[in-house]
Write a protein that binds this ligand. Structure first.
Ligand code: GDP
Ligand code: ZN
Length: 340
């Protein structure tokens, strides 16, 4: 629902707000919703501090806004700010993780891109990239692949192999966070803005990195966001030798447009629940073959009759090894409730 539609209603219902974050019996909590806050200034949540969030307006101005009791807002959320209150707009592109108790938590919303980062060392576990792609696409987020540490990729062996497998599915950016080589490609991807989207107050795309520990996600973030180290200090987050101990993500604008989520504190995004059907629909490499359509809408491309993917494997359009990787992922999802 467009926030503006409830303009009159919202004005009438606006109540004084409290900073304590505790329940106030005089406030009817039920009316404090996104719809009750109108003609506010559009902003985006760039950091979460428990009872308050830091938002950034179009002008670049930042402001801390207290959350109402029970109100939820996440980094990446588009909000309206009026009278010290926050209205959260419906989000897309939601990135989740699993907390230590096994519950799913939202890390960030409104993501356009998810960069799956890998490196010659350490190599990612088998199926890691595929899982990352499927998670992203199932959430409506466009994946891209980053091969970091190209200085260690002798004769471009790994880069060429990845290009062969994933080139037709998504952009592959071969970079070195250490030398800075090609990191401009990441910037260019995130700065990309269509004319239509340029009318929104948020320039460029919102992206995040995911990848196994040690592939260079923090290094990449530091190259792309030069003031990050400073900001880490400002936000009082523990940082020793580039290791973050933060428990919430933060958003960082890139100089040429685009925004990156600092997710360095999270390691297990890839462990969220996934439905085997998500994998069947979004597995990288099946795009073209899948367009032909299988007989069954919930086809898992294993032994089903009139399966477009199996037919493509048969005639060589889909590599048999890719299909085997796919079946392995499906089996993992079926035996582990989707958790890795
Ligand atoms: P993260 O765990 O994914 O955040 O990885 P880090 O950013 O902490 O990097 C892990 C290690 O890889 C560090 O020792 C970095 O110095 C190193 N590293 C990062 N980028 C590169 C690169 O492009 N080339 C090389 N050779 N080493 C890199
Ligand atoms: Zn099928």
């Amino acid at each position: 629902m467009r926030l503006a539609e409830n303009k009159r209603l919202g004005k009438k219902r606006r109540k004084p707000y409290r900073k304590s974050g505790r329940k106030n019996p005089e406030i009817d909590e039920s009316v404090i919703t996104a719809e009750s806050i109108v003609d506010g200034r559009a902003a985006r949540v760039i950091a979460h501090h428990g009872v308050a969030v830091l938002v950034r307006f179009e002008s670049g101005e930042e402001k801390q806004v207290w959350l109402q009791p029970e109100q939820k807002a996440v980094v990446g959320d588009r909000v309206q700010v009026a009278g010290g209150r926050l209205g959260v707009e419906p989000a897309h592109g939601i990135l989740r993780r699993r907390d230590p108790r096994g519950r799913e938590r939202t890390i960030a919303t409104n993501l356009d891109y998810l960069g799956v980062v890998v490196a010659p060392v350490p190599r990612e576990p088998p199926g890691y990239i595929d899982r990352g792609f499927v998670i992203a696409r199932a959430a409506g987020i466009e994946p891209f692949l980053v091969l970091n540490k190209i200085d260690l990729d002798e004769d471009n062996v790994l880069g060429d192999r990845l290009a062969e497998i994933y080139g037709p599915s998504a952009p592959l950016l071969r970079v070195s966070a250490q030398s800075g080589e090609n990191v401009d490609l990441v910037k260019a991807l995130l700065a990309n803005d269509s004319a239509e989207e340029a009318t929104t107050p948020y320039e460029g795309k919102l992206g995040a990195f995911v990848g196994p520990s040690g592939v260079g996600k923090s290094s990449l973030l530091n190259v792309l966001v030069p003031d990050l180290a400073l900001r880490v200090g400002e936000l009082n987050r523990g940082s020793g030798k580039g290791r973050h101990t933060t428990t919430t993500a933060t958003l960082h604008s890139l100089a040429g447009g685009g925004t990156l989520v600092d997710t360095a504190g999270f390691k297990d995004f890839i462990a969220v629940d996934l439905d085997p059907l998500d994998a069947a629909t979004h597995f990288p490499g099946f795009e073209g073959a899948g367009e032909a359509g299988c007989r069954f809408r919930d086809c898992l491309h294993r032994t089903e009759p009139d399966c477009a993917i199996l037919a493509a494997v048969e005639c060589g359009d889909v590599d048999e090894r890719r299909h085997r990787s796919y079946v392995q992922l499906i089996e993992e999802l079926e035996t582990s409730d989707g958790r890795s």
